[in-house]
Design a protein around this ligand. Sequence first.
Ligand code: NAP
Length: 265
Amino acid sequence: MEGKIVEGKMPEGRISEEKMLEGKIALVTGGGRGIGREVALTLARLGADVAVNYSGSEDAARRTAQEIRDLGRQAIAVRADVSDAAQCEAMFRDMERQLGSIDILVNNAGITRDNLAVRMSEEEFDRVIETNLKGAFLCMKLAGKRMIKKRSGRIVSISSISGVHGNPGQINYCASKAGVIGMTKCLAKELAGRNVTVNAVAPGYIDTDMTAVLSDSVKDAILAQIPLKRMGNPQDVARTVAFLASDYAGYITGQTILVDGGMGI
Ligand code: NAP
């Protein structure tokens, strides 16, 4: 029965879930807190060694890295503002020296600076594009170069349903997250011949610091639009990222999976 696929079941005898990512080296940008933290821990539980990137939250990143080491994996916390090319290059060199060469990149770092389009400042627009879009590009480029040489790799970027459907007050954020989906399709085509898959995950409303600022009335209005009748949690997103980073998703590339409780139906 080695590898035989029975309808409705996963391939048997090939992949042990606890070891699904054993020997893999992952970088999670913004991995110290929120969705990124849960992604870093989930990849580690499946066997990966993880570089936990942060820009400002050093304590949180160090705690996440320690939790990963407590699981018996290797982990480092590594500082870099993902919108800065030189800092990203230094981060990749650091990671390579301490953990080895990258197998999995998760572009998770992201910010919001919400405002109506007619009121939005150039600074609010630029900062979000630089972090969410350019930051993902810089890491894709650095990871892509290394993965081409290895002839294998997985790149997963966190987009958003805002980038799929649009959302008032988020013209900068929507542009950045739609851009991530475009870059994902482009890079998937560029790297497919080298056995590197490139995908995106578009979360709906997930319970983290980013959404904690929403008022109760806004949260109630959002909940009313979610068929599964709850906000998502970081684990909902992390498990989808882990799937895309694993051998289970070896024939999926250039795709965006919505993790939104059915909001987009
Ligand atoms: P969060 O709790 O606010 O965390 C944001 C993370 O991004 C932090 O770890 C932060 O690290 C990091 N970050 C921000 N700017 C950075 C920079 N310049 N360089 C490196 N890291 C940076 O947000 P979250 O909800 O976990 O969001 C994670 C991702 O999911 C984001 O891309 C977000 O757009 C996306 N998303 C979230 C939701 C949601 O409902 N929560 C929905 C759709 C998409 P530092 O604190 O160290 O700066």
